[in-house]
Unconditional design. Sequence first.
Length: 371
Amino acid sequence: MPDLKRTPLYNLHVAAGAKMVPFAGYEMPVQYGLGVMKEHLWTRQHAGLFDVSHMGQIWVEGPDPGAALERLVPQSVIDLKDGRQRYGFLTNDAAGIIDDLMIIRVDYSRLHLVVNAAKKDEVLAHLREGMPECHVESFNASVHYALLALQGPQAEHALAQVIPGVRDMGFMEYRIFETDFGRVDTTRSGYTGEDGFELSLGADQAEVFAKALLAMDEVELIGLGARDSLRLEAGLCLYGNDIDTTTTPVEAALEWAMQKIRRTGGERAGGFPGSERILNQLDNGAPRRRVGLLPEGRAPMRAGTELFAGDGHVGTVTSGAYGPSLEAPMSMGYVATEHAQTGTPLEGEVRGKRMPVTVVDLPFRPSNYKR
C-alpha cells in the first residue's frame, strides 16, 4: 500500500496476523484472527486493545487557551477544570461540524486535543488561524507519540497491573503517570460504550507497553471493524459518516454536548462560528434529526439507504451494520423531524425493495462507563 503511513504498532499488527487496510492515510488493522464479531463480543465481555495512533494529538498553550478555544467551539472550555476532559466540536460559519474532538484541560495554560485522523492537518491549521495568541502544535511535530485505547469491563483490572493509579480515575478524568514505559497521559472515557482508557505515550515504548497488556488473559487486539460496530451500538457518531460540514450539532442530536452557559441566555452565549443558526435550532428545533433505526429481519441497512414514509422520501441512513451484542441489524441516519419520534415506522429501500424499519432511541444498548 504505497504512500500510506504506519503507526508505531504496525509490526505488532502484522505479527498478530492482522488484515491491514488503508484508513485515513494509514495502514490500519481491520481485524485479526478472531474476526470482527468475536472481537466485538470480546470487548463487551473482557478488554480490547485498540491502536488509535493515527488520530491527531494537538497541544494548545497560551495565557488563556480555554477562552481562545471558545471562539471556535460551542462548548464551555473556560470552566473545564484541570485534569478533566470534554467532548466538543469545531463549527463553521454555516453551523456545520468541521470535526469532533476531545478537549482535555491539562492546566490553566495548556489544553490537549484529540482530533480525527482524516481531519488533523485541517484542524491544526484552523486552530492556528483562530487562536493566534496560542502556541498550537501537533505532537508529531516534535516527539512522535502513540495512542492506544483499552476498552471493556476488565479494562481497569488489566491496566491497573501496569499503572495501579488508574483504579482511582473517574469518568472523563485525565492524569499523567510516570511508568516503566515512560510518561503515559491517560484519560478515562470510551468510544465503545464500555468503561475504558486512552493512553498516549512515546512511540518507542508503544510496542513493549502493548505487549505487557496483551500478556494478560483478558486482553486481545481489536481492529477497525469491531471498533465501528461497537461505537454504533453505543449510538456514537463517526465523522465523515454521521456528522460533517453539512450537519449541524442540533440536527446531529449533539445538543447534550453544549453547556447552558454557551446557549441563549447563558453568560457566554454564542460567539462561535455558526452560533446564530445553532442557537436558533436549539430554541426552535431543526428540520431533520439523527435517530437510531432498527430494521426488521437480519439484513443491515447500510450507509446510503434511502428512507421513506409512504411515498415520501424522509431521510437517509448514514451508518449501518449487524450488532453482535444485539444479535440484530442496526442503523442510524437523518430523518425529517416530523418522522423522528421513537416508534415511528418507516421503510428503507434495499436493492430496489422497501423494507420495514423503526425509529428507536439511542444508544442501542446501555453504556457501561464508570460513574
